[in-house]
Design a binder for this molecule. Structure first.
Ligand code: XMP
Length: 171
């Protein structure tokens, strides 16, 4: 495993993002919606540092199946989502890759009546985006490598690692 972003760098950047987010919402209540499961650590670390009236909820959106990296159909499930009509949503995901997931989920939240949707991602991959999409808050821009750790998985492993790393052959 090659460490790409250390736990210390992640924490420092998450702190900065929390300040930026609080400044942007300027005291307005926000509903944080995390996209499971990759958003797990990013969401937990970020919300503890955001100084705003805040609710937190989760949805799932899955396109990657099993070990394969080939996206299948995107399935959005929102049974755990409270009523978001009229709410200002801060949608959080682990990584912006092609942009398809976030585009679809933002449209879904608007459909459910959200007053506004801003998007925060921990990582953004360079050169992978297939649909035009601009996240409002980005932690780190990374090269086009498959990364794991800090919520990100390979075949549901490695999510618990406190850093973001790249798997080397044989791991
Ligand atoms: P799109 O392409 O819709 O994909 O922007 C976003 C989702 O794809 C997954 N993804 C990754 N997961 N390491 C991972 O563990 C990666 O390098 C990676 N790239 C994309 C992830 O679930 C993300 O939410």
């Amino acid at each position: 495993m090659e460490v790409l972003i250390t736990a210390d760098r992640i924490h420092a950047r998450v702190e900065e993002l929390a300040t930026e987010i609080a400044r942007t919402y300027d005291g307005k209540p926000v509903t944080v919606v995390g996209i499971l499961t990759g958003c797990l650590m990013f969401t937990a670390d970020l919300i503890r540092r955001i100084n705003l009236p805040l609710r937190v909820a989760f949805i799932t959106a899955s396109s990657y199946r099993g070990e394969t990296l080939v996206p299948g159909l995107l399935e959005i499930r929102d049974e755990l989502l409270p009523d978001i009509a009229g709410k200002h949503i801060l949608l959080l995901d682990d990584i912006l890759d092609t942009g398809k997931t976030l585009t679809r989920v933002v449209a879904h939240l608007i459909d459910r009546g959200a007053a506004s949707v801003k998007v925060g991602v921990l990582l953004r991959k360079i050169g992978r985006q297939e649909v035009p999409f601009e996240p409002d808050f980005v932690g780190f821009t990374i090269p086009d490598k498959f990364v794991v750790g800090y919520g990100l998985d390979f075949n549901d492993e490695y999510r618990h690692l406190p850093f973001v790393g790249v798997l080397l052959g044989g791991e």
